[in-house]
Design a protein around this ligand. Sequence first.
Ligand code: NG1
Length: 583
Amino acid sequence: MSNGTDAHAPIPTVTSLDEIYDNVETISAQSGRWNNLIDEFEKRFGRKPTHIARAPGRVNLIGEHIDYALFGVLPAAIERDILIAVAPSGTSDSADATKSSGPIQAQNLDERFQPHEFTAERHDETSEWHLPIDKTKLAWGSYVKAGYFGVLNRFFHHTSKELERPQGVDLLVTGSVPSGAGLSSSAAMVVASTLSFLVINDKLHELTKGNLVELTMENEKRVGVNSGGMDQAASVISMTNEALHVTFHPNLHAEAIALPKSSSPDFNPVFVIANSLVVSDKVVSAKTQYNLRVVETLVAARVLGRSLHVQIGPEEKPTLKEILDRWLNVQHGTVLGPDDLKDGLIRLIRETESLKDTLGADDGLTLEGLIHASGLGPREFRDVYLSWIEVDATHFKLYKRAKHVLSEALRVLQFRDICIASTQAAEGESNASADTLERLGTLMNESHLSCAELFECSCPELDELTSVARGAGAYGSRLTGAGWGGCTVSLVSETNVDSFIQKLKEAYTPYRAMDDDQLREVVFATKPGGGACGELVIQTQCSPVIERLCLFSVQARLRWHAAGALYEPALIVLTALRIFVTT
Ligand code: NG1
């Protein structure tokens, strides 16, 4: 993470829902879910949870498949989240306690997801923990294991201290982020499970937010996808009502970007998420889709760099951003400012066009052609580019992938500029106009086209849904997340949100037979801004269920004060949301 204060801030804990959700309606809507989780936990495990970990999903507004090329992206956390209620169940008293962790019992409120029970093993006190994860099929328990594995090997490795044995844990999960929909349910699951194991083993205070992003990125790779880091950063470092410009090179850094607003609902932008209902399973299809794109963009970077006489060591696999920096002679560790980055990208896109044939033009290069273009020998090439990742392809489309990545990186910066200018023009109070919305929408449409035609990560349903959305009045519409299914995000004026959703229902065939509740599950507007809500307001206006949670948190605080620094076991909510970031 960057050296800004954001990277070094501790992971926050909160004790009431008003510290997470910013308006009474949301607190009211969410409290039933939280209370139900607590009650169900007690029914299943015979005691109350000691903590609840929360991690939100995210919508990526623009910047698709460029995080692993180390270019900046612009996601925002959404209200939908993963909650995990947890309580320790102790360590085993058996003689083998140093060789196996306490047992983990993981259950899910959704009956479709079977319970998982596992322990981690190690050869002796100083060896690595062993916790097999099946990468060939999608199992929700794998994400829990991935979080656990990371915590074990980071905090319980090479230790022989009696007290440092990992606790057994009972946990119960509930989630409102649809899976396989590009809203990052997997990262939310890994972040929440990592937080759960950290807090139960009293390790939370040993990590900063930056450490947590890095740890959860590593953890998620254990499930089999070489993800870039956008999702974990968005889930951990997010602020209500703002997007994040997350950059990855030379350090992970997050900048809060206020989204344009207008006092007139006609020009007040709202982002509407719509699920195509095509489930894209990133893990299962990784070798022909996601992981293949990771390899294609890395090899494209080498071939482009080589042609531009950039120095690349034989064992290195630099990303496109690193090649750009070297080509522009940016000093190691120096951050290229947004304007210089834009100029550099424009020049590199031009070079990519002139090197179209070397990069395999539209049809791509065979493996032989690829190795030849890389300038490496066959064995070296396999060692560097194929030994750590499984891919399956006859042709590798370097030109199309590089062109998408570079042009998408440029669009992110242009989108950021429009948001910033719209706030600055009105001296702190954003005043969006039709022109602001049109310009943002155009960038979103261009992004979708590039994903569909150059990066080939769309599908017919996503193309149809984005086109229906434009016809229904959206300024712009694009797929969000990895693609090949999942969700779209559309920019709509506040005035038109209801009619927009109604038009989608009429025009997108899978929505036609849905009733209102079903439709709300698959098409929803991201929350518009709302002021923070004080505790008193919640207590006087809320229903009995909310009161229970609020009172509980108040008692917890009183106990805190009464007991000085000694905090009695009580409900603490751990949240990845509402973390301060540098602007
Ligand atoms: P989804 O599939 O939406 O969670 C994935 C990656 C991101 C990013 C996007 C494409 C994971 C966990 N996330 O997001 O890092 O590369 O695809 O922009 O693999």
